[in-house]
Design a protein around this ligand. Structure first.
Ligand code: PLP
Length: 440
């Protein structure tokens, strides 16, 4: 163990990690195996993976069906290009499956290796869409504060959490951020968006981009009419709406895609994570028929955009098997059912503990917000560090959650695997209660 952690410090630069902390303290958890909702470290200690790792292991760990699907495909054809006129069956079948599952007229899929590439692709495609229609000045992307869209060039700039652009300066220009509906009303958030559209000039805006529920921003669930109003506003101004369903896709919120909770259909939808439950890196963009029609008619020559692994045969074969299991095991319905119980449990904890403020969940995506003054719903300051302390206490009790401390909020996020049972949920809730009690 010691030796591995020393090698880790020397050779492995970790993503989204404090470099100094890793050097001083070493990595905290050396994960060796996973089974269902549990992860096991190299000392044999079990942890409940209440975050599905990075919001992505929908069907749980250790599923041999996916290992077998990967092995079978690898033995037959591990990799082949999807560039130019080459194609292959798993890519075609998964594109067809996703088109069938997607709402409205979202019918054609461009594959990538993950969420960031998907959002960069969506942004390039929509700029291209306007350019080939003689409107190259429509380049601006309006997104939301506290939104997270990834770390590639365009997705970094679309992200509404400033730390991500400050690290290396802005990666791209023409990105604007409107207020979210967090701690606000639909009316105020829509007004902020309208003001941005008006101030920038709708004739210069390529698209509006948002997550149905802002995940990394702190599981911020919008009021139920927010996206219906967003849809109306985008239609009023003729601005396409790109939904980032990277976290909310494939059953996480109790519907196949997040926006279905409010009956809203976007013009483009990006996905990743749950499409393979993290067993293979895969993502993509689903585009609407009218957008596809314009691309077919007006895009001349080669589409100069494509990743080596766009439509990777093994990744798409694993995606197909994963979706088959999600459907066969009724995991979307389970997310809805257990998610409702999770919210009831959060509410019981809120009744008992003074420092719990707002609690929220939609399906198996939820959060508990810690506050200093419950009456005023006033946040703890970062200095008080209540959120990170609760995360630490949960870790000691064998539960992995994620804390969000942007803008002084102390939020504990939950996104357990969609296979979670009621008994497992009760176990988590008890440990959450004990952990918050211990720092109160
Ligand atoms: N979009 C959202 C909503 C995400 O939560 C994430 C990752 O957490 C991404 C995009 C980026 O995806 P990836 O890390 O696969 O590039």
């Amino acid at each position: 163990m010691e030796h591995l952690i020393e090698l880790d410090k020397k050779h492995f630069l970790h993503p989204s990690t404090s470099i100094q902390q890793q050097q001083e303290q070493g990595s905290k958890l050396l994960v060796e195996s996973g089974e269902g909702i549990y992860l096991k470290d190299n000392q044999g200690k079990s942890y409940i993976d209440a975050m599905s790792s990075l919001w992505n292991v929908h069907i749980g760990h250790g599923r041999t069906e996916l290992a077998e699907a990967a092995a079978e495909q690898m033995k037959k054809l591990a990799f082949s290009s999807a560039f130019s006129t080459f194609t292959h069956e798993p890519g075609i079948r998964l594109a067809e499956k996703i088109a069938k599952l997607s709402p409205g007229n979202l019918n054609t899929v461009f594959f990538t290796s993950g969420g960031s590439e998907s959002n960069d692709t969506a942004i390039k495609l929509i700029r291209h869409y306007w350019k080939i229609q003689g409107q190259p000045e429509r380049r601006k992307i309006v997104a939301l504060k506290r939104g997270y869209h990834g770390v590639a060039a365009a997705s970094t700039s679309a992200t509404g959490i400033p730390e991500f652009w400050e690290m290396a300066g802005h990666m791209m220009t023409d990105f604007i951020h409107a207020n979210t509906s967090y701690q606000s009303t639909t009316e105020a958030a829509i007004q902020s968006l309208r003001e941005k559209f008006e101030a920038e000039g709708p004739e210069t805006i390529a698209a509006f981009m948002a997550e149905p529920i802002q995940g990394a921003g702190g599981v911020l669930i919008p009021p139920k009419d927010y996206f219906q109003e967003v849809r109306k506003l985008c239609d009023e101004y003729g601005i396409p709406f790109i939904a980032d369903e990277v976290i909310t896709g494939f059953g996480r919120t109790g519907t196949m895609f997040g926006l279905e909770n409010w009956g809203v259909v976007p013009d483009m939808m990006t996905f990743a994570k749950g499409v393979t439950s993290g067993y293979m890196p895969l993502g993509g963009v689903v585009i609407s028929e009218p957008i596809h029609e314009v691309l077919k008619q007006k895009s001349e020559g080669t589409l100069f955009h494509g990743f080596t692994y766009s439509g990777h045969p093994t990744a798409t074969a694993v995606g197909l098997k994963n979706i088959e299991l999600i459907e066969k095991e009724g995991l979307v319905e389970n997310a809805k059912k257990i998610g409702a119980k999770m919210l009831e449990g959060f509410n019981r904890i809120k009744e008992k503990l003074e420092i719990v403020g707002e609690v929220r969940a939609m399906g198996l995506l939820g959060a508990i917000e810690l506050v200093k003054d419950p009456a005023a719903n006033e946040n703890f300051s970062k200095e008080l560090n209540a959120g990170p302390k609760v995360i630490e206490e949960l870790h000691k009790r064998g539960v992995i959650c994620r804390g969000v401390t942007y803008e002084n909020s102390n939020i504990i996020c939950f996104a357990p695997p969609l296979i979670m049972t009621e008994a497992q949920l009760d176990d988590v809730l008890e440990k959450v209660y004990e952990s918050i009690l211990s720092v109160q």
